[in-house]
Design a protein around this ligand. Structure first.
Ligand SMILES: Cc1cc2nc3c(=O)[nH]c(=O)nc-3n(C[C@H](O)[C@H](O)[C@H](O)COP(=O)(O)OP(=O)(O)OC[C@H]3O[C@@H](n4cnc5c(N)ncnc54)[C@H](O)[C@@H]3O)c2cc1C
Length: 380
């Protein structure tokens, strides 16, 4: 559903690439993901299919930002959890190692990561610090001879239960400076526990991780990550990615609801014939078109290299707000069947809640925009 023709901006070759991804995820991922979602299970087989399509290395693919964004949206249109797996992996693990890692770290991990033969995790949030993590990191690193010793805890870390390593943001115990460290999961003192019973993104395995005097060599520090502004650069790009995820969520909402409205009969006619149902569909289509256009402008800014945090924050907060509104309309449009994951809409409805909260909550992203508009910060 692209009423305003945004995909026409792609070259023929890029359009073909988008269609290949769409075919794969619609035919081999969309329906198949439901049972994994119900069971809160990571679908290793489905992830292999995504790797075969080159999606484990999407971040390093030479293509336009618009194509990359539309691919993220297409994956979310089929399953939002798997789009988070692909997005976090590309934006925050592959991207972070590529931009901030040493030559040796890149050579060791990127070939495996870009085939989904290895997984990494991005660990910033802590049990006591979420929105205020920029000034609140407690996880600490202390140099001891030719090693660092790490102590502390992280929460909500995607893929943390099975990843080969964690990219950990921690504070130097002596200088207080923030840095990033690659911590392999088999190091003594590393312990990851799955967070159970999430209501959304149930396929992603999120972990509580504790670091009890974990020792790593000095070479495991990422040379490019020496203060919070290096994390901010990554988070700016990944906030834009969540905007694309929200676009995909609205595409899914529209697809599912339109098909249901044409098929479901009440009062002897398809519910699509009722004016109020058409109004809901029109509102969902309007939200989707608005956000698709906004995200294509964001992609243009990324192409020029002048995306600012305020742009990314506005895109993330606006797209997730409208995805949430659309999911709510879509869920109601489907009546009782709208709350059953097998009918897909209930699954989208729950997943959208997470988009609203992670990568900086809706409120915090709105306050970043508010700060830019007024020159006054509502948070420290
Ligand atoms: C499924 C999932 C996956 C995640 N994956 C990762 C991951 O892979 N790696 C990682 O590091 N993190 C991850 N996160 C963490 C995520 O980024 C945080 O949940 C988010 O930043 C919010 O932090 P919090 O949950 O501690 O909420 P809090 O910061 O405690 O916020 C609670 C409420 O207070 C509001 N609030 C806080 N401060 C203010 C203020 N000054 N003004 C107005 N309102 C305010 C918030 O908006 C929110 O509504 C994930 C989270 C989830 C749920």
């Amino acid at each position: 559903m692209d009423l305003l023709g945004v995909t026409q901006q792609l070259s023929d070759r890029e359009h073909e690439r988008l269609l290949e991804v769409r075919e794969l995820v619609q035919n081999k991922i969309r329906k198949q993901s439901i049972e994994y979602w119900n069971r809160e299970e990571f679908p290793a087989q489905l992830v292999k299919l995504l790797a075969q399509q080159g999606l484990a290395g999407l971040q390093l693919e030479s293509c336009s930002h618009l194509l990359r964004g539309l691919i993220h949206a297409e994956i979310a249109r089929a399953d939002i959890s798997l789009s988070s797996v692909v997005g976090i992996h590309n934006e925050l693990v592959v991207g972070m190692l590529d931009e901030l890692g040493s030559e040796e770290q890149r050579a060791r991990w990127l070939p495996k990561l870009t085939a989904f033969d290895a997984f990494g995790a991005f660990a910033l949030t802590e049990p006591e610090h979420g929105s205020d993590i920029a000034g609140g990191v407690q996880c600490s690193v202390k140099r001891d001879g030719d090693e660092y010793v790490i102590s502390g805890a992280k929460r909500w870390i995607g893929m943390g239960t099975f990843s080969d390593f964690t990219l950990l943001w921690a504070k130097d115990a002596e200088s207080g400076e923030l840095g990033a460290y690659l911590v392999e999961s088999d190091r003594p003192g590393f312990c990851a526990t799955k967070i159970e019973h999430k209501i959304g993104l149930r396929i992603i395995q999120n972990a509580d991780i504790t670091f009890d005097q974990v020792r790593i060599p000095l070479a495991n520090k990422l040379p490019g990550a020496s203060c919070f502004s290096s994390a901010n650069g990554l988070l700016m790009q990944s906030r834009a990615w969540v905007g694309w995820q929200a676009v995909g969520a609205m595409m899914a909402t529209f697809d599912i609801c339109k098909a249901y409205a044409l098929e479901r009969q009440q009062f002897g006619q398809p519910i699509a014939s009722f004016q109020l149902i058409q109004q809901s569909l029109a509102q969902i289509a309007g939200n989707l078109s608005l956000c698709l256009s906004m995200m294509s402008d964001i992609a243009r800014k990324q192409e020029r290299g002048d995306l600012q945090m305020v742009d990314a924050a506005m895109a993330k907060s606006t797209a997730t707000r409208l995805a949430r509104e659309s999911a709510s309309l879509g869920r109601a449009l489907m009546g009782g069947n709208g709350v059953v994951s097998d009918f897909e809409m209930g699954k989208v409805f729950c997943d959208v809640e997470i988009l609203h909260t992670y990568e900086g909550t809706y409120e915090i992203n709105s306050l970043i925009v508010g700060r830019a508009l007024t020159g006054v910060s509502a948070f420290v």
